[in-house]
Write a protein that binds this ligand. Structure first.
Ligand SMILES: [Zn+2]
Length: 73
């Protein structure tokens, strides 16, 4: 099951992009991504200070988004 594609990092832009869009649709205005470490980026909202992050678990090749910027309300 070892692929030859360089999948590392490929999912990062997609995860970050869709997370920003999702937060924007909820009325947030996220600033720049700040790297926390190699597997985590955080952006904060300019309006309310809520947080959006993307993380890549050590055993995964895909990124996932989280944070209260994605919550309703
Ligand atoms: Zn906000």
């Amino acid at each position: 099951m070892t692929g030859t594609n360089d999948v590392y990092g490929v999912g990062e832009r997609e995860a970050a992009g869709s997370a920003l869009i999702e937060a924007y649709e909820r009325g947030h205005n996220l600033g720049d991504w700040r790297p926390i470490h190699e597997r985590m980026r955080i952006a904060s909202c300019r309006l309310c200070g809520c947080l959006l992050w993307i993380v890549r678990p050590p055993d995964k090749k895909t990124w996932r988004a989280g944070g209260n910027a994605l919550n309703a309300d």
